[in-house]
Design a protein around this ligand. Sequence first.
Ligand code: PLP
Length: 353
Amino acid sequence: MHFASDNSGPAHPEVMESLLRANAGYAMPYGKSDLDAEAQGKLREVFEAPEAAVHFVATGTAANSIILATLCAPFETVFCSDVAHIHEDECNAPEFFSGGAKLTLVPHENGKITPEALRAVVSAEESRGVHGPQRGPVSITQASEKGTVYTLAEIRAISEVCREFGLPLHMDGARFANACARLGCTAAEMSWKSGVDALSFGGTKNGLMGVEAAVLFGPAKAWELELRRKRGAHLFSKNRYLSAQMLPYLSNDLWLHSAAKANERCAELTRGLSQIAGTRMAFQPEANILFAHLPRAVHKALHEAGAQYYLWSGELEGEDPREPLLARMVCDWSIPREKVAAFVDIARAADPG
Ligand SMILES: *Cc1c(COP(=O)(O)O)cnc(C)c1O
């Protein structure tokens, strides 16, 4: 019963088979093999973006950092939510890779930033002339860190604010697939057609061993992105093994099917846990992440049964069995329906009422 994160699960068998196939003979290094061209081409095809610059890296932090460094001068600032992964979970890598650009936080609502809050924060960040930070890119996370999903209208409204101020829009899509499956739209609609200029396209959390794509939809800064990937130590000499993972992922909608499965398991988990007295969802689970306040007794029973997930606040040990403790649970593409059902059964049996 593994719900700690969607990166704790295995890679998809089709991905491993593709790696084995790629592991034959010789191929040109540093992204110059046929397989590399094929995988980049496949991504451009899926996104209906023949001009896009596509580079593979091994972590989401690298994708975010080299993109933001490409979009943000050292004297500028990146606007992002106060719970953004780039703010809370990347050890200041975006600031480091950009040569000292800063992040300016926009208070989130349900894990997302609103156009109004963004406009207010961007407006306030230009009053000190040469002395202050200059406005730089806006970064949003889709699906959000809290498991909610921006609608296409919401993305467009944010991109309009970006356009008002002449700022590029970056999307941290570590869970792009989960959001896209949820909205039932195309990859293009959820990105460049809604005004997104640059995308960190996730793969690792959805069935790859470790590949994310750094994508610029306009080709203008393609070469700079490539230079920053090399300088950022993410230009793989055996790049074919990254491409060998990305290619099957993007073929036959594997990326979407896997994400849809993860989302369905999360919906089942949400329904099951909602039947426990005193349960409260902290955010509306719209993708594959759930934040729930559950009674201590329920957490204890799950913990004793060996279930894995993070307690977000509070202590497992304590007096009151009814005291609600906040937990985060994440479903990956591979978690079986029976494991979700077993988890829910244990939780419900421990319901203190
Ligand atoms: C997991 C994740 C990333 C990437 O994290 P890495 O550990 O660097 O691969 C980026 N953004 C979000 C929102 C994430 O959840």
